[in-house]
Every structure is written in C-alpha cells, then in structure tokens.
Design a protein around this ligand. Structure first.
Ligand code: ATR
Length: 307
C-alpha cells in the first residue's frame, strides 16, 4: 500500500453528505482506498441538512470536488437536484453517488479526476446508484447465494428493502416473499416487480412452514437498538427454513437475528459487505481505477469493530 500523501494545494476532495453523518464509516475506508491508489485525495463527512442539500451540492460542483456520496436522508431528495442521471440512478430511483464531470477538448464529459482544477470551467453533476449492485455482490461473495434462480424472503419494504427486492428481481430471482409491518408498502413493491420484472414471482407473506428459502434478508431497522425484537414472526417462519441469512445492519455486528440464524445453522453475513462494495464502486466511478478492496475492508473493519 502507498503511503498517504500529505495534504497540499493540489489535494482533491470527495465527501459524504448526511444528517446524521457523524457515525459514517465511509471516511475511514474511502481514505484508505485513496491512499492505496496513491491519490492525493481526501474524503470528508459533512453534516448537511435536507433543506441545504441543493446548495451543498452546488458548492461542491463550484469547488470542483471529485465526487460525493449521499446517505440518509438524501438519497431520494438528490434525484431531482443533479444535471444528469446514470442508468443506475434511473433504475433504482435513488442516488448515493455523484460524480462531477467536465468536457474535454472534444466535448466529451469526463470525471474531474482527469483534469487539473485550473483547466476546469464547466462542471456538471451526475448521479449514480451503487447500493443495488452492492447487495447482490455481497450476498454472492459473503454468502455464496446467487440471485439468479433463488427463492428469497425479504423482511422490510422501506427504502433498503425496496431496492433489494427490485435488484434481486432484476438479477433473476425466481421467487420473492415480501414481508413488512406496513403491508401496503410490500404490496407496492410487489406491483412494481410485476410490471418491471414479471419473470419473478412475488408473494406478500411468509413461505408456508413446509417451504424453504435460499436466503432470508433483514432490511428492517430491527436489531439496530439493543432489545429490538426479531424482524420476523416466529409463529409464521423459522430460520431452519433458510439456507442463509443476511442482515443489512452492520452496527452492531451481530443482531439477535444474525446470532439466531448462525445458531440455527444458516450461513450468515451482516451488512458490512454491502457498505464496502457500494463504496468501492463509488471510488471506481470517481477514479476510473479498480478499487483496492483489501485495504478498504481492513480500514472498515477497524473503524466498525476496532480490529
Ligand atoms: P431504510 O431506508 O433503512 O430501509 P426505512 O425506509 O425507514 O429505512 O425502512 C425501515 C424498515 O424497517 C421498514 O420496513 C419498516 O417497516 P414499516 O414500513 O412498516 O415502517 C421497518 N421497521 C422499522 N421499525 C419497525 C418495527 N418496530 N417493527 C417492524 N418493522 C419495523
């Protein structure tokens, strides 16, 4: 790994905007990635209130930042605040990554990483979504579950659950069971899948007790707080029906859902892989280089678990 370059007058900036943002692990692992790539870049976290988001993006554009990540509660809000949207942002209707671009001498738009700041006059902001791909990559790499042909129970149909369900359907999942406290949200996701990905069968309910699933995915916020109940109804579903269990929560590293799934014999993973892969993809979009996964992962583990 290269040594981190000293900050000087040529240091370029990436940032995450969120509210709250102080617990974000992104600065720790993005700076490790940038250092490993030998870039004279830094990645900072800014607490940006939703009502200031538009001006904060505009400020970054004018100051020729390389790019941004957007986290809670900005991913949907930013959708209408950018000059262009990549296919990924259009498909998942949310933006978690922004790349600032300028035209080269032939008029082709390229990331600001390719220009010295003093050469840049015109800048546009382009929105991307790297969250959806990260879900599928993480369940595949961390659990060995391939979405294509899989049967999956998704717990939660909020922002994260909806993106997971749509992405898994887009990736060829055979059957999705959708469960949410507010049933209407699960039904809305079911409707969207029926329109966009009709080859995937969806059921708004638990599988019956005689049916197994390849994966059960927790996309609810249950488990974030100590004392939270399990994110499913134990009278209607048992973890022994699942080959693998994924908890999108990574802090705490082990939720009651995670522990119970492991103790039941499921392959288990938490949301750390998702966080890592969405960030790695963002760094690739900004830098045009393959992300150095190992140093990024090491910094992420160190930041979250102190190891
Ligand atoms: P995110 O963007 O992280 O998905 P969200 O959109 O607020 O955040 O979604 C939170 C998810 O956790 C939802 O599925 C939510 O259920 P509702 O849609 O019914 O609100 C679920 N959730 C949160 N608290 C819950 C609780 N006490 N019991 C059951 N589900 C809960």
């Amino acid at each position: 790994m290269s040594d981190r370059q000293e900050i000087d007058a040529r240091t370029r900036i990436c940032a995450v905007y969120g509210d709250p943002v102080k617990h974000s692990a992104s600065p720790a692992f993005q700076n490790a990635g940038m250092a490993a790539l030998g870039l004279n870049w830094r990645y900072l976290a800014f607490n940006v209130r939703p009502q200031d988001l538009k001006e904060a993006i505009e400020g970054a554009r004018r100051m020729k930042f390389i790019g941004l990540n957007l986290t809670v509660p900005h991913k949907l809000l930013a959708y209408s605040m950018l000059n262009e949207l990549d296919e990924s942002a259009k498909t998942w209707q949310a933006v978690n990554t922004v790349r600032f671009e300028a035209p080269d001498s032939t008029g082709q738009w390229k990331g600001l990483a390719e220009f010295a700041p003093e050469e840049i006059t015109d800048v546009r902001a382009v929105g991307y979504n790297t969250d959806a791909d990260a879900i599928v990559r993480s369940i595949e790499e961390d659990l060995g579950v391939v979405a294509q042909g899989a049967t999956i129970l998704i717990l939660g149909a909020g922002g994260a659950g909806q993106t997971a369900a749509l992405k898994l359907a887009a990736s060829g999942a055979k059957k999705l069971y959708l469960v949410n406290r507010t049933i209407e949200k699960a039904e809305a996701v079911q409707k969207e899948i029926a329109t966009r990905y009709p080859d995937t069968e969806t059921v708004v309910n638990y599988p019956d007790r005689a049916s197994n699933v390849d994966l059960v995915l927790n996309a609810t916020s249950l488990g974030l707080r100590a004392g939270d109940p399990l994110p499913f109804d134990s009278n209607k579903f048992s973890l022994s029906q699942a080959g693998a269990a994924y908890d999108m929560i990574y802090r705490p590293a082990e939720t009651p859902f995670f522990t119970k799934a492991r103790d039941t014999g499921c392959a288990t993973a938490n949301g750390l892989g998702m966080l890592l892969y969405q960030g790695a993809k963002a760094l690739e979009i900004w830098s045009g280089k393959p992300a150095p996964i190992e140093p990024m992962k090491k910094a992420l583990l160190n930041n979250i678990y102190g190891k």
